[in-house]
Design a protein around this ligand. Sequence first.
Ligand code: AN7
Length: 352
Amino acid sequence: MGEGVLRHYAEHLPLTPQTPMITMGEGETPLVRSSHLEKEVGCGALYFKLEGCNPTGSFKDRGMVVAVAKAMEEGKTTILCASTGNTSASAAAYGAYCGLNTVVLVPKGSVAQGKLSQAVAYGARVVIVDGNFDQALTLVRQLPEYLPMSLVNSVNPYRLQGQKTAAFEVMDSLGDAPDYLCIPVGNAGNITAYWMGFQEYADSGKATKRPKMMGFQAAGAAPIVLGHAVESPETVASAIRIGNPASWQLAERARDESGGAIDSVSDEQILEAYGLMASREGIFCEPASAASMAGLMKLASQGADLKDKTVVCVITGTGLKDPDLAMQQTTTVLQETAPDLESVLSILGRSV
Ligand code: AN7
């Protein structure tokens, strides 16, 4: 326990004797069986992979630990990324832990407050780009030509190598691959990484099957579904507000090789799933993460036969990243009372 992604899965990672075996305790996240929604969608078994339990609250830490270790191995002292929020929080944390400088470019006005506050608290140099994520990513891809920085976005292959360990954990927990994996798709690195992980275990005989990869984009940011880049992506799920994903072709390969699909879910469907995850399962995730459950609900409503199937929904990040949204979304009324027993009892429907 707590040995981290590098040690735990060393044999599956591109490490050398010179790679520093850093860890902040990433990985080994819970795979939790659904208590209510499994029956409602009619699955044989439904599990949630709780990636919000990673050190910075999202799955990004799995890939970041590998990318940062390799950057250190190469003697780099500054790491760089563009981000819708979680990558920047993760880079900044590992940068701080390893004594590196971290530079992050984030799209103006569309990063959840929790994520931005992480980057700032960890001491990253935060540059706000007056544009969207895709423009910020285009910029950071050019910067290493001008400045000695190591790019740690998922175009860095070490990121996907680390992220594939989540698929290993799912199979280690279940004893085999699930039938379906439902996962949000933004820059499309994670779906690509999971597919790499599932294939590696199947190829080496550690799993007997491979899941259908079911990716879900937000309807207002669904370039892979539409078949063309989206110039001004819009969705409440700011983490996946991405119009031109870096791993587009790789995600299509994961979809096609697995016999899966990449579909879109509306903001309404995302928010419905976001509410149900919290109120029916006790899992507070961020809206982008709820896209996987929204997608599963969409599949079920279209009549997909799931009754003997094992399904895993990847819950990519914690809801605490964006508490303002939770407060906007709730219909719960917060009641105020005077600090005496009589007043509290009367609010709760009893008199003394
Ligand atoms: C919670 O942080 O792209 O398809 O810059 O934060 O691998 O991009 C985040 C993406 C899903 C999509 N869920 O994963 C970033 C960033 C959450 C995320 C995704 C993201 P990819």
